[in-house]
Design a protein around this ligand. Structure first.
Ligand code: ZN
Length: 183
């Protein structure tokens, strides 16, 4: 259905979709709602598209990058499209809504990607630290490694530090040393 523009003496130019049977209407009732006065109900005259361009509602100018799908809204009327971008004019509410939907969907995907990248970065840092630690651990003998692992586990669970476990390891080690055994 075609979109027409009407001008209310109080609320200015607005857009309205009219079915073909009303497309000849020269004016419609402004349905702008005011908290004090309720509906405006003033006569809004149809604005002819030729005059709409020279004054009144201007089209929204956007730039789209066909390769990346990136979109930007022009900050002023005569702005040139950035390199790789194509200029587009959004003339009606349907086009504007479509653009807003596309832009917010894109923003959502970008946000998801950023979150994922941050997460990956964090995991990678953690993995690097882990690999680095493993490399250093391998320079020690197995008993020392167990001791280090044990104390690391204790450091991680500071609130539930269990001392007897460390003692058990000491005992194990000591028992292998026959000089400690009573004959
Ligand atoms: Zn009005």
């Amino acid at each position: 259905m075609p979109i027409y523009e009407f001008e209310c003496p109080i609320h200015g130019v607005f857009e309205r979709i009219l079915s073909l049977e009303f497309s000849d209407a020269k004016h419609i009732v402004c349905m702008h709602e005011d908290s004090k006065e309720g509906f405006c109900l003033r006569n809004a005259e149809k604005v002819w598209s030729a005059s709409v361009v020279s004054f009144g509602a201007k089209p929204t100018i956007v730039f789209k990058n066909p390769k990346t799908g990136e979109m930007e809204v022009a900050t002023h009327e005569n702005q040139q499209a950035p390199y790789g971008y194509v200029k587009e004019e959004l003339r009606g509410p349907i086009e504007r809504t479509k653009f807003e939907k596309e832009a917010s969907q894109r923003r959502y995907v970008e946000d998801e990607l950023t979150t994922e990248k941050l997460k990956q970065g964090r995991d990678k840092t953690r993995k690097n630290l882990h690999d680095d630690l493993n490399a250093r651990m391998n320079t020690f003998d197995s008993n020392t490694q167990n001791m280090i692992k044990m104390s690391m586990r204790h450091a991680r669970k500071r609130h539930e530090r269990i001392k007897p476990k460390r003692t058990n390891i000491m005992l194990e080690v000591n028992h292998k040393d026959s000089s400690n055994l009573i004959k």
